[in-house]
Design a protein. Structure first.
Lengths: 397, 397
DNA sequence: GTGACTTTTTTCAAGATATAGACTATGTAT
DNA sequence: ATACATAGTCTATATCTTGAAAAAAGTCAC
């Protein structure tokens, strides 16, 4: 069925990946501790770390004094072994950022988009220009760029084409992968923005330490990223997690997707503002929503009711240990009303799964899409580093 | 992080499992074909099959003539190497069945439960009596019983206690694993009945061949089994897939779980009959429901509307390649109204994920819970057969 | 029948791996 | 200085998978 490990050489590759990943997430660690973290024997840890040191993928990071014994040598991933570029394609902007492996931002390039106008060629040009700009600005040699991660709205098909379907964004079957690959030599990973943001929260934010989680993202629209057993769940065609258009009311309010009764039509910021009868445009949306939340309007009460039910549905279906509420609107709601949200979720959820799930706010703010996109590159790096050159095989989406 | 493979010996164990699983699901297969199916080299296939033959886990199954060449020897899993017992704990009965590895039913034992009365000690006694009965009836030596799988209503916590929480069944925190282990020496696996039935449909029914699927079960109550990448998704505490109590209408109809607006309150057979104002008791429920479906009542139209929306929510969230509609009420609805159900699902679903999901009816009928429970045992068997004795390590739930 | 040919399966030597346990390195304590 | 403690490395060993060669078990033409 699934290939898994076969030869004795895959064994090494796997153990190398396990060790590198442990080192990446645990930070500076001695060889001795690594035996416990990885389950490998001391001899193997010594061997594998030897390889990784020779490849300059990890470096020594000082000593730890001991009370009577040889001091431990700390090891860590070499933050400048390679660099990852993250791209955030949003409603109002294209943002390109370059990070080292510690996820320090070394350069940034941003382009505004006219609201409602996301011509494909314009976005592609911005992305490519941005990539060149951040590489130039940071002074990172192109050979050390491990790859590019791109977070976009809508559904992203897996595969080298990275076909994108985004109704509300006005993109229908756009082969973004093909378009970008024509303009840049770097390995490319394209994914839905909610999923990249979810991975950012899992790695560096409120999701840390959990293996089963859902990151709920509430902005103008509504999405979710589902983490099953530590990895982003994608389903058969990578569209899993389309929470915003699940039905919460049969024949209910109309949604911008064309359907009726979608959750997004009740808790998406755009829909909430419309329901409250507030005029706004894209540039004033966040401020208007913030005012509305602070005002204690009954529309917000209703929004919280629906949000609680929507979260309860996620808990019933996915049984996560943690729900992270993020997105700019989600953070605004949560900062004021988290207790009420939890209460409404409890009322609409089975007691057993609710009792084992904690609901928390996102920690990374609403702009972590690019960071998350860059983690796609790092994830691939941690999974398969051969000792050969940096960019060895053409990455696929 | 996760342990995975380590030593060179685990490699063999893994390849052995891969090969055995391929053989189990592909049926009689030659060594040559197995190289393609498993990706292993001919030499390794020869080695591993040699081991398995020596252990009597697989057997030769005839020759295939060739046109000019050595004929292929077919291999298959030895159906009488071991036997699995499946138990179905339902609303109205406890059913115990014993299967060989080909899932031929060799013996069966059934006990009626008084509707609404599921005292724990009575159920436990029935299960244990049933186990002894099927072993005796089949003449299978106890040493060849690989284990027992039990499918029960409600949420089953993982772990040796197999703690069960089933509100509608009247069981609150029942340590069924502990209770059963006190009365039987066989390795035990306890799981939710919807999940065991889902696995049965995946292995032998309408789910075959798909890796991402949802089995929707509609009977008196409503449940689902989610198959993610070929295995049952359980979430953090094994309660994932509680579809029946997701909210489809805020502040809607009351549900027997105590909540309001649950999907089950709209499409569960019990709720549908109540809504139609039909009197029934447990023994007449299925007939009454069948009559109602055939009558073309507007209540059924409404039920189909909600069912379509519920399925659409599953497709949006999980992006399966296949949805299997099962359970006795689901099968009745589907036989008459599958086209309408699909149409309602399409109306309530994003087009992209809907277009890649097929909605089909279950093939195993409503009584496959015990079969599915027995597959839990076989699954474990395929995963880890040491060459030692049959029951080597205490299984855990 | 027999030799040539074909296809499947097994055998064998080679290369690679993880591990246990012996051993070395590098400290502190007295 | 010496004893002790802890971290890390080295060595011998038992496995493993694999490619290539060899063997096995047929068919086919004559």
């Amino acid at each position: 069925m699934r290939p898994e490990r076969r030869t004795v050489r895959d064994l090494r590759r796997g153990n190398r990946a396990v060790l590198l990943r442990a080192l990446y997430f645990a930070g500076p660690t001695s060889r001795h501790e690594l035996t416990a973290l990885t389950g490998l024997s001391a001899a193997t840890v010594s061997n594998v770390t030897g390889d990784l040191l020779a490849d300059d993928i990890i470096v020594e990071a000082g000593l730890v004094d001991s009370d009577g014994g040889r001091p431990r040598v700390l090891l860590r991933v070499n933050p400048t072994y390679g660099f990852a570029i993250g791209v955030d394609v949003g409603e109002t902007h294209v943002r390109v950022e370059l990070f080292d492996l510690d996820m320090n931002e070394l350069a940034k390039s941003e382009f505004a988009l006219r609201p409602g106008a996301h011509e494909v060629d314009v976005v592609v040009r911005h992305i490519l220009t941005g990539i060149e700009a951040v590489v130039a600005d940071s002074g990172v040699p192109p050979s050390k760029v491990l790859g590019i991660g791109v977070g976009v709205p809508g559904i992203v098909e897996r595969g080298p084409e990275a076909m994108i379907h985004a109704q509300t964004f006005g993109w229908d079957s756009v082969p973004l992968g093909t378009l970008l690959r024509a303009g840049t030599p770097f390995p490319l990973h394209v994914d839905n923005g909610a999923k990249t943001m979810g991975q950012a929260e899992m790695w560096f934010g409120a999701g840390r330490g959990s293996r089963h989680a859902v990151i709920a993202l509430i902005g103008s629209g509504v999405g979710a990223s589902i983490i099953a057993d530590g990895t982003t769940y994608r389903g058969a065609n990578s569209s899993a997690g389309e929470w915003g258009h699940t039905k919460i009311a049969i024949g209910g309010r109309g949604c911008r997707c064309g359907g009726r009764g979608c959750l997004e039509a009740y808790i998406g910021a755009e829909a909430v503002l419309e329901r409250a009868g507030i005029d706004f445009n894209t540039s004033t949306e966040q401020a208007a929503f913030a005012d509305l939340v602070a005002s204690g309007s009954p529309v917000i009460d209703e929004t919280v009711e629906y949000l609680g039910a929507g979260l309860a549905n996620l808990i019933n279906l996915f049984n996560p240990e943690r729900i992270v509420v993020g997105g700019w609107a989600g953070l605004l709601l949560g900062q004021h009303l988290l207790t009420t949200i939890k209460q409404k979720a409890a009322e609409n959820c089975l007691t057993q799964p609710f009792s084992t799930a904690s609901i928390v706010l996102g920690r990374l703010g609403p702009d972590a899409v690019a960071l998350g996109a860059a983690t796609l590159v790092v994830d691939e790096f941690l999974l398969s580093t051969t000792s050969a050159s940096v960019s060895r095989e053409p990455a696929v989406s």
